[in-house]
Write a protein of this length. Structure first.
Length: 446
């Protein structure tokens, strides 16, 4: 019998990209290819790429050089680039540097079998056309790199917010939501397979909107449907835009115990001057009003954010406003970046990347140092309390310990006892660092 070709997929970037790799895996295994987790067994290597910052692209370029060296040793090896770098770098990487045989953008994955066929007949294959309606709604992702407990579901694709620093509208195209029924079915399927946590993904999940049987389903409506699938299934979502965070959504999160009490709300900057140049469509005051609403409607809700240091024209006063906003909110966690100019963005076309690298670096360090303090303070507040934890697996540090997460997305490490991964336990928190809580199991939940 003819042996199927082995595909190895390497993924960079956001959770959305990891979710896309599961869709790619599904399309290819349905079409007679096998997956491998060992690069040495691969006949085809796919790199699913990210363009969000220059550093992300550099990492992929280095990796492609390594794959090219593998191809020298095994001449039949096919190397393909998927995802956000596809359209932007296809000419340089494929034609000039001869690093690639195939390039497919985020909306072209259904065509991968044909594209691979083209490569098989000696041609280079490219498809980077973006679509207005592709959502891969009918494709059941292959959860090939999963712990069997937590997983994710893409609920919408693309973005039309045009934040001036961001490459995503150009790499992923128009915003489009996926059918609510298919999202609910996929959640049910995961629940029946024993999964206990699902993260609903999109570049802007809270602008989700879908019409089904004459009913308009907003993100709030979708959350209600997904939460109702099983009380044992925890629901998270990422990422949200502050402009689409109505009280109605917050009341829904408060009402369902399995909707996690943790909201990721990227602020990017605390300065109205910066927020204007970033085209974020809200002010510091509007953002802080949403934080107030979250605190009022969902007491104990954890908050995390994204922050960019050193955006165009950022002054020391702007930077201080970011620090003061972080203090005012008291974030539990944050992803913090130095600004990296990206081609084909509003900022690259209309603004000057004029904050010197050393200044960006220093401001970023101040932001990170402050966040460490804030994270520690938030975690110390939990010491002495009992929290519900979903066990995810064995702790990296000790065989005798498990780690899991609270509804507020905090990692908790504790002695195993008689519990198992995938179960919920109550843990009494005995200690905390800025990154982790330590505790002891109090009892087993039913
Ligand atoms: N430079 C630095 N950080 C960026 N982000 C997006 N674009 C850039 C950029 N050009 C950050 C934002 C976003 C997160 C996913 O990445 O904070 O929320
Ligand atoms: Fe990177 Fe953004 Fe593309 Fe995700 S959507 S892979 S973060 S560029």
């Amino acid at each position: 019998m003819k042996k199927n070709k082995n595909i190895y997929i390497e993924t960079y970037g956001c959770q959305m990209n990891f979710s896309d790799s599961e869709i790619v895996a599904s399309i290819l295994t349905e079409n007679g290819y096998d997956l491998t987790t060992e690069i040495s067994r691969a006949d085809i290597i796919f790199v699913n790429t990210c363009s969000i910052r220059e550093h992300a692209e550099e990492r992929v370029r280095k990796r492609l050089q390594f794959f090219k060296s593998l191809r020298k040793k095994s001449p039949g090896l096919i190397i393909g680039l998927l995802g956000c770098m596809a359209d932007r770098t296809k000419t340089a990487l494929m034609e000039e540097e001869q690093l690639l045989d195939l390039v497919a953008g985020p909306d072209a994955y259904r065509h991968l079998p044909q594209l691979l066929g083209q490569v098989g007949s000696g041609q280079k294959a490219i498809d980077t056309i973006l679509s207005a309606d592709e959502t891969y709604a009918d494709i059941t992702p292959v959860r090939y790199d999963s712990n069997g407990i937590s997983s994710f579901i893409s609920i919408m694709r693309g973005c039309e917010n045009y934040c001036s620093y961001c490459v995503v509208p150009s790499t992923r195209g128009q915003e489009r939501s996926r059918s609510a029924m298919t999202i609910v079915n996929e959640t049910r399927d995961l629940s029946e397979k024993g999964f206990r946590e699902v993260t609903l993904l999109g570049q802007n999940v809270n602008s989700y909107c879908w019409e089904e049987d004459g009913e308009k389903i907003t993100f709030t409506g979708l959350l209600e449907k997904v939460a109702a699938v099983s009380p044992l299934m925890r629901i998270r979502f990422a990422t949200s835009h502050p402009k689409d965070m109505p009280d109605e959504l917050l009341h829904t999160i408060a009402r369902f115990p399995n909707l996690c009490k943790s909201i990721h709300l990227p602020v990017q900057s605390g300065s109205n001057h910066m927020l204007g140049l970033m085209n974020r469509k809200y002010t510091r005051e509007v953002y802080l009003d949403r934080i107030r609403a979250i605190r009022e409607i969902i007491p104990g809700c954890a908050l995390s954010t994204d922050i960019i240091a050193g955006f165009c024209d950022e002054t020391e006063a702007d930077h201080q406003e970011t620090l003061s906003l972080m203090e005012a909110v008291g974030y539990d966690a944050a992803f913090m970046f130095r600004y990296s100019e990206r081609p084909q963005t509003l900022a690259a076309d209309t603004l000057k990347d004029n904050v010197p690298d050393a200044v960006k670096e220093r401001r970023l360090k101040e932001i990170i140092d402050l966040q460490q303090k804030l994270s520690l303070a938030r975690n110390l507040e939990v010491v002495g309390k009992t929290v519900g934890v979903l066990i995810e697996g064995r702790s990296k540090r000790s065989e005798n310990q498990f780690f899991g997460r609270t509804s507020t997305n905090k990692v908790v490490v504790f002695n195993k006892g008689n519990s198992l991964p995938g179960e919920y336990v109550n843990v009494m928190v005995t200690g905390a660092t800025s990154a982790t809580l330590l505790g002891q199991v109090v009892d087993l939940k039913e």
